[in-house]
Design a protein around this ligand. Structure first.
Ligand code: SF4
Length: 345
């Protein structure tokens, strides 16, 4: 029987799942993903996590609890830096220690250190460490790591083209899970993403971390609420790295948090994009980086009066009624500003 590794459907799962899945799959390891967030998962996360933590971290604890008795190991990388000369939120760095001291009974954790602060190629060291822990030969590990990185590039292309993370993962890996082989996006040749922009129709941009934007339970189905009201959405992952770079170059100082840089770059881009009619910044209570990032985008939005901006902060007590009231008022403002027709730059 093959070794089973659990991956929590939380935090950077939405950024990196195809890469992680491919790596383990190539090493003949069975991957088990926790189910989508639900009330029970959130309650378990709250029970085991510190009160002071942000909501996404609390929820991650709930996902770990789900995997506890299903797998031989849990994959919980120590994420230090995922882009040269930048760091990500310190909560990711300390997560393995938070988990180890939480009292949550878990199988052994796989904790490779992912630190590409100096150069992107250092990612290979993390894969090597992981493969060695699993007792796989170096050659097999290197081959699996190369393929995993290739799949990640294909995944990012699909996101850029408008596919949402779970859809893009299914496109890349759905058949792979059955056939035990990888099919790349270039082979799949998707004709168009499911929500291709309609000519002349405004979109609502959602600026937020993927673990909030794509977790429908946490955000109370925000994306579905918009699309059911005939408002197509635009998300951060649809903005190219070149455009993010161009937009953030306008700031007087470099943003050294990767996640914050992506949000600011995408926010500034959407504020000047003709197809975007309004922006929603989705953030989590107790998120230090987002408090600053949100304010930087909001202050820029104040110079764009024709493009309504709303900040939604969620925590474990947020209620759907409050969200609906604010959303309806916001969409009214967008409509008054002429957003239905698009072109409100
Ligand atoms: S960036 Fe904010 S929401 Fe994300 S892990 Fe850090 S504190 Fe939590």
């Amino acid at each position: 029987m093959s070794v089973k590794v659990g991956i929590p459907r939380a935090l950077l799962y939405y950024h990196y799942y195809p890469q992680w899945y491919t790596f383990f799959d190539q090493l003949q390891v069975t991957v088990v993903v926790s189910p989508p967030t639900n009330k029970h998962i959130l309650e378990q996360g709250i029970a085991y996590c510190l009160d002071e933590a942000c909501l996404p971290v609390k929820v991650a604890f709930g996902h770990l609890a789900q995997l506890a008795d299903q797998v031989d190991f849990i994959f919980l990388p120590r994420l230090v830096s995922v882009f040269p000369r930048e760091y990500i939120c310190p909560k990711f760095l300390g997560l393995p220690e938070m988990v180890r001291h939480s009292g949550l009974p878990l199988p052994p954790l796989l904790v490779p250190a992912i630190n590409t602060y100096r150069r992107q190629s250092d990612l290979m060291a993390a894969f090597q460490q992981l493969g060695n822990t699993l007792g796989r030969p170096d050659g097999q590990v290197r081959k699996a790591a190369r393929l995993a990185q290739q799949v990640q590039q294909e995944y990012e292309k699909l996101l850029l083209a408008g596919w949402l993370p779970e859809q893009a993962s299914r496109l890349l890996l759905g058949r792979q899970a059955q056939e035990q082989q990888v099919r790349l996006a270039t082979e799949l040749s998707p004709s168009s993403p499911p929500e291709a922009p309609e000519q002349g129709k405004g979109r609502i941009a959602i600026i937020g971390h993927p673990y909030l934007v794509y977790d429908s339970y946490l955000n109370m189905n925000l994306l579905q609420k918009l699309t059911r009201r005939q408002w197509p959405v635009a998300v951060v992952e649809q903005v190219s790295s070149t455009e993010i770079q161009k937009q953030t170059a306008r700031l007087p100082k470099k943003i050294f948090w990767t996640l914050g840089r992506l949000l600011i770059g995408a926010g500034y881009h959407f504020l000047s994009a003709p197809h975007v009619a309004g922006l929603i910044h989705l953030s989590s209570f107790a998120c230090g980086p987002d408090a600053l990032i949100g304010e930087l985008i909001a202050s820029q939005a104040r110079n764009c009066p024709g493009k309504p901006f709303m900040n939604i902060v969620i925590d474990e007590h947020s209620g759907e009624a409050g969200l609906l009231t604010r959303l309806e008022a916001f969409l009214d403002m967008v409509t008054i500003a002429g957003g239905r027709a698009g072109a409100s730059a």
